[in-house]
Design a binder for this molecule. Sequence first.
Ligand SMILES: [Zn+2]
Length: 161
Amino acid sequence: MSMIELPPDSQRLSIPDYAMALAHVASLRSEDPYRKVGAVALDFDNRVIGTAYNGLAPGYNASPEFWADRDARRSFMIHAEVNLCSLFTRGNVKLIACTTEPCTSCMQMLCAYGVREVYYRESYPGSEAAAICARYGIHLCQLENVTGLIQTSDFSSDSRI
Ligand SMILES: [Zn+2]
């Protein structure tokens, strides 16, 4: 019996692209009408630890008035990275992918959890993630086009499922 030789699979996603695609799917579950953020954590064998997205505390049902004020909601939104870190312990995660660049506070938290690589798609204004990663030797990389797998229109703020 002879082995069938298959051509190299040029369509196979890289690990960062794979993680970003999963983070994108997680973002579709966000209840925030203004900014939907998804995140995923992979361990040192590239296995998925979990996915998370930004939202209010579990079980809290906000009124329509709450959502009407974009700025007032900010203090109450739990960032995707915070929800993600509730799924693992320090030293168990190698890679995080977030649809939005971690804010300064979340990047500090990811450092505390020992994350080694951080990938993001959209920049977050005012974030000091780049400086934090440079100082602590964490690989930070922006992935703007995830192999064309996900269309730009999928990222609009009003996309919901
Ligand atoms: Zn954050």
